[in-house]
Design a protein around this ligand. Structure first.
Ligand code: M6R
Length: 612
């Protein structure tokens, strides 16, 4: 949601900011804008639509400046249009601001400013904030830096902001609370962005701003203070990300690239953690917390969307192997109940982006009640990674497609490693099973390579169902969350209505939907539910439903019952989701492409949902 890019230094700011905004497109947005400061003053340019639309509109203009701010907006206050796009000017047009987040008390501030004669040109909370900052500058008689701090002391809500001053072409002021902001440090130049993707082309030295910190770049120097104006020592980190990881690398879409990256991304999730031949398994982040986890009375897992599905897979594996009760909750529900959390609860928070507002709030709630919180995040240095007591990164690499693919399988991999390690520690699995699982886990990347070879077959099936209006996905046991994930993938990128159900639940309602026009995807691998799922398939076929089945290679019975079959290699039952998910990702991808959808940036969706 919303992307921020800002620059001050010696390069041309405009092309650099436009390129940066394009790198942030994956976050989801509906309008964009830039503000530049040069000898002609501070000018704002903005437009509804894609960054390319803005670029097109400005192509005849000479836009030279070495300082500027840029933004992609995902509408919260006011519809997506040119007026509401960022940057916003202050009343006297001396300041311009870009903002990611929500100022919850903006209406009260706006009312007070209106009484003083302020006139607003948009419906946004952001414009109110920049008016407020300017008003404080004038009424208190202070500089911009102090005015920003004073304003933020009054503000309720979430923000990452960058403010630019018409009177100072060397200065950018940024601040953050609950919305991410990274500062890149180059040679006499500074970059600001919502994540590191617009920055890595220029520098790998970055500082992740913390909540309630204000960063001031002025005359080539960076200083960081808190809202009380106390100096903060910047923690400069070196990014490990490579530029090619955020480029399409010859694939038509990021989503396809990310699907095909899974043999490598899963291997990366395991790297340095598992040595199957020696029977070794260690997650560095978990080691100091293993006693707590082993003693836990209950494991609580929180997450949203696909991360929640990964949690459901993990519930099955933890309970099966480690025999500790697990509850999986939508973070958005958990945070607004009055959940019973005890000190001996071990909470696992799952998030690709590490910025999901509901998951962050759920963590804060559980923490306030004394629970230990362990993060399973993909984005290094993200808010959730920093808010949790400990964690294990999934190391899937940057995921740019809005639909989560490799992040999901990486989450399931890390959670599986945790469960196996815990089971060994608690003595709830035999040495033989432990060894066998490690070997099977190590084989997963190779088996995924094998599944990916069926891409053309999946594409043929996709062509047959491109214009379906509905889909049902069914699975049992550990494959029920795979069904949920398959349905979510299809609906978010193709806009086809799809539902996932436990296969046995079908008889309690959804079976009424089955007719010759209803495609039903079964995850029907040879596992402990095989006979049961065969019965469910027969129930669907008896009602003329059209069945696509994901089966274990060598199965000759289910292919005789169903319309289409996709084979996956045999593996241990608890690892099936890692293989069965892949054809479902491909099916959604090809259907969406054939329907002409914007696969990487589906409508209305944002990659990281930083508002609740
Ligand atoms: O970054 P997170 O994993 O916390 O994001 C959670 C969901 O917003 C995310 O999984 C969403 O459901 C994806 N679009 C699914 O593909």
């Amino acid at each position: 949601m919303c992307g921020i890019v800002a620059y001050v230094g010696h390069q041309e700011a405009y092309p650099l900011i436009i390129k940066g905004l394009k790198r942030l497109e994956y976050r989801g947005y509906d309008s964009s804008g830039v503000a530049l400061l040069n000898g002609e003053g501070l000018k704002v340019y903005k437009k509804k639509g894609k960054v390319a639309d803005l670029e097109n509109e400005l192509k005849a203009q000479e836009l030279h400046a070495t300082i500027g701010i840029g933004h992609t907006r995902w509408a919260t206050h006011g519809e997506p249009n040119d007026r509401n796009a960022h940057p916003h000017y202050s009343q006297n047009k001396k300041l311009a601001i870009i903002h990611n987040g929500i100022i919850e008390n903006y209406a009260v501030i706006k009312q007070a400013l209106a009484k003083k004669g302020h006139q607003f040109n948009s419906d946004t909370d952001t414009e109110v904030l920049v008016h407020f900052i300017e008003d404080l500058q004038e009424s208190v008689g202070c500089g911009l830096e102090e005015a920003v701090r004073l304003a933020l002391q009054e503000v309720v809500g979430a923000y990452a902001i960058v403010v630019m001053d018409a009177n100072d072409p060397t200065q950018l002021i940024a601040a953050r609370k609950s919305s991410p902001l990274v500062i890149g440090i180059g040679e006499n130049e500074y970059f600001f962005a919502s994540d590191a993707t617009p920055i890595i082309e220029y520098t790998k030295e970055v500082v992740y701003l913390d909540d309630n910190q204000v960063a001031v770049v002025k005359n080539g120097a960076l200083k960081i203070v808190n809202l009380a104006n106390e100096n903060q020592i910047p923690y400069v980190q070196t990014l490990e990300m490579e530029l090619e990881t955020i480029e399409k690398g010859g694939y038509e879409h990021f989503m396809l690239k990310e699907i095909f990256e899974q043999p490598r991304s899963i291997a990366d999730s395991m790297r340095g953690r598992i040595q199957a031949d020696e029977g070794e398994l260690q997650l560095g982040g978990l080691r100091p917390y293993m006693d707590k986890l082993a003693d836990a009375k209950r494991i609580l897992i929180v997450g949203c969307g696909t991360s929640w599905h990964a949690g459901l897979v993990a519930e099955y594996i933890f309970e099966e192997l480690a025999r500790i009760p697990v509850e999986v909750e939508y973070a958005s529900e958990f945070r607004y109940r009055n959940p019973i959390i005890k000190e001996k609860d071990f909470v696992i928070a799952i998030s690709q982006s590490g910025e999901t507002a509901d998951t962050l709030a759920a963590i804060q709630l559980a923490k306030s009640k004394g629970a230990t919180i362990f993060g399973v995040c993909n984005v290094v240095g993200s808010s959730i990674a920093r808010e949790t007591h400990a964690g294990s990164y999934t190391h899937a690499g940057p995921e740019i497609g809005v639909a989560s693919t490799k992040a999901f399988t990486a989450q399931v991999t890390v959670l599986t490693l945790m469960a196996v390690s815990l089971a060994k520690r608690r003595g709830t699995i035999s040495e033989e099973l432990y060894r066998q699982l490690l070997i099977e886990i190590a084989h997963i990347p190779r088996k995924i390579e094998q599944v990916l070879k069926a891409a053309d077959r999946v594409k043929e099936i996709a062509a047959i169902f491109t214009y379906a209006r509905n889909f049902i996905y069914l699975g049992r046991g550990i494959n029920f969350p795979v069904a949920l994930e398959g349905a979510l993938k299809l609906k978010e990128i193709s806009y086809i209505h799809a539902e996932g159900y436990p296969a046995a639940e079908m008889k309690h309602g959804p079976i009424a939907l089955i007719d010759e026009d209803m495609p039903v995807v079964f995850i029907a691998t040879k596992d402990s539910s095989y006979e049961k799922i065969v019965s469910n398939i027969q129930e669907v076929k008896a009602r003329k439903g059209r069945v696509i089945a994901i089966v274990t290679e060598g199965d000759s019975f289910i292919p005789s019952l169903v319309d289409f079959v996709i084979e996956i290699p045999k593996t241990h039952e608890i690892l099936t989701p890692l293989l069965a998910t892949i054809p479902l990702q491909l099916l959604s991808y090809y259907i969406a492409v054939m329907r002409g959808r914007n696969v990487d940036q589906p409508r209305n969706l944002a990659k990281s949902v930083t508002v609740e």
